[in-house]
Design a binder for this molecule. Structure first.
Ligand SMILES: [Cu+2]
Length: 238
């Protein structure tokens, strides 16, 4: 396990990465402490998450440097662990996932060798869609009079990337499970920002998990994929 000093170094590194990335979207982050973000009493609940791709993860005496991790952007833009996520029941939740990871994958599902398209689909959101901001909306002209608007596109499934066997253009999912039942599945299009609107109708404690094998080992299911706060954790619906 990591020591406290290592934690500080680690979060400083992550904060630096996010700050550099955040310039592009006009947001600055700073890390103060790691604690579950409390839910305010009324109104829509905004949950903003960041995925950074190349975090160092200690395995025995060495670091695996290519482990992805979710983080929560907390109050005042603090960066918090995603190990425990508190969400309100019976209220609109506006979930934003800012994903700095990229690259397609052919393998999605419970094992690294399965190719389960379920997890490429948007499940449990309003309209069963998510809104993807990825700057790939084509413009008709590149003249100086044309402004390329970063317009969100509503999608119900992440598409296959390319004509060959490259894979789905998906880097991670944010999936909330009740036992083995999928309550919410929000696939992330690599390098994009995704916004989804959803309601959770039952209070309780659930697990969240990414189902793109993005972690350590031959099957991609080690390290980040099985470590709370990285690619898995707990959701408390209150
Ligand atoms: Cu993942």
């Amino acid at each position: 396990m990591r020591s406290k000093m290592d934690d500080k170094v680690f979060y400083a590194l992550v904060t630096a990465v996010v700050v550099i990335g955040g310039i592009g979207i006009g947001v600055a982050y700073s890390y103060t402490s790691s604690h579950p973000v409390t839910v305010q009493a009324t109104g829509p609940y905004y949950l903003t998450m960041v995925v950074t791709p190349n975090n160092p993860y200690q395995i025995n005496a060495t670091f695996e440097h290519r482990q992805p991790s979710y983080f929560i952007v907390g109050p005042n833009n603090t960066l918090e662990s995603a190990a425990t996520i508190n969400l309100p029941a019976h209220r609109e939740i506006i979930l934003t996932i800012i994903d700095y990871d990229s690259g397609p994958t052919p393998n999605i599902g419970p094992t690294g060798t399965s190719n389960n398209t379920t997890y490429t689909k948007v499940i449990g959101t309003v309209g069963n869609v998510e809104y993807v901001y990825n700057s790939t909306i084509p413009v008709s002209s590149y003249s100086k009079n044309t402004t390329q608007i970063q317009k969100p596109e509503a999608i119900s499934q992440i598409p296959w990337y390319g004509n060959s066997s490259w894979g789905y253009n998906i880097t991670h999912t944010f999936t909330i499970l009740s036992g083995s039942t999928i309550l919410v599945n929000i696939p992330s299009w690599g390098g994009s920002t995704t916004v989804a609107y959803l309601y959770l109708n039952n209070t309780g404690t659930y697990n969240w998990q990414c189902f793109v094998p993005c972690g350590y080992g031959n099957d991609g299911w080690g390290a980040a994929m099985v470590t709370a706060g990285w690619m898995t954790g707990t959701v408390n619906v209150q």
